[in-house]
Design a protein around this ligand. Sequence first.
Ligand code: KG4
Ligand code: ZN
Length: 352
Amino acid sequence: MTDQTGGEPLVLGIETSCDETGVALVRGDTLLFDAVASSMDEHARYGGIIPEVASRAHLEAMVPTIRRALGEADADLSEVDAIAVTAGPGLVGPLTIGASAAKALSIGLGKPLYGVNHVIGHAAVNQLVDGPFTERAMALVVSGGHSSLLLVDDIATDVTELGSTLDDAAGEAFDKVGRLLGLPYPGGPHIDRLAREGDPEAIRFPRGLTARKDQAKHAYDFSFSGLKTAVARWVETCQDAGREVPVADVAASFAAAVVDVLTAKTIAACRAHDVDTLVIGGGFSANSQLRDMAAERCAAAGIDLRIPPIRYCTDNGAMIAALGSAVVRAGVAPSDLDIGVDSSMPLTAITV
Ligand code: KG4
Ligand code: ZN
């Protein structure tokens, strides 16, 4: 597909899988504008995302956010060549609001619709920042909802999931440990801050799925629930003995256990698949312990590390427009207008 003047198509991307309403315009690998509205403030007092509150917020924010993206990009709806939308994974109600808006635009404008995978979008957005993937790349997507290791041969058509978390996602584990340490929701950024003041070697917490017996079946899978329980027990024992909990050391030792496993397995996967470009994405890639350890270990292994700025790591419209743009340019067939949304959309589906 080309645009209306024979150039690269202009793709409008819509993201609503969780609490962020994201709308962006991308042409080729160039981001024209990315507008995001978040309902996080409305969820903070509940200690978690309330899907119905998020859905209503998406419904209210959708048209203003589309208008803002078009205005800032100095583009008109009539110039849009294709519409990409998150089809899953995510929360059904929020996903449905985005898909409905995208279908309405597709019908109204007479332009094709592409339902795309949110997790793969977290890897695709990197191309807007650091340029196209010129060869096979590894992607580690870590957030509150997912921790997946992906082998990317072609972001539009050929992505293989090498491993994922068997229980909690990395950000989710941080949020749960944050709760048990009495930190506000979401706990991830608070633990990050505290961990910078603590000793990562103070307590030796377990590294999930790294035992020799797990190598065959779970070489690239993660598990953080045992670690979370170990932290809870350690804190309880400390409190029962009447000692003050050394919160910064607990945070630093816990963070070290999570990022040690994430980076060690990812680099082992790069080596095993002869890959020397690693992309990290997802909200948890804001974590400074992960950034530091990944930088150090990638430098030692000769791997080119790509982590976009934080605003492109958290959920946004640019990631969906970026993947939509890649899919459109690869000549993938558009989605039918009767597609549904899939809360647990598998990584075997880049589009629906
Ligand atoms: O990608 P994202 O915005 O939403 C999901 O798709 O989940 O990720 C949010 C997650 C939350 O669990 C949050 O606590 C975590 O990422 N997070 C962090 C940091 N910033 C965000 N976790 C640890 N350290 C951080 N600096
Ligand atoms: Zn996400």
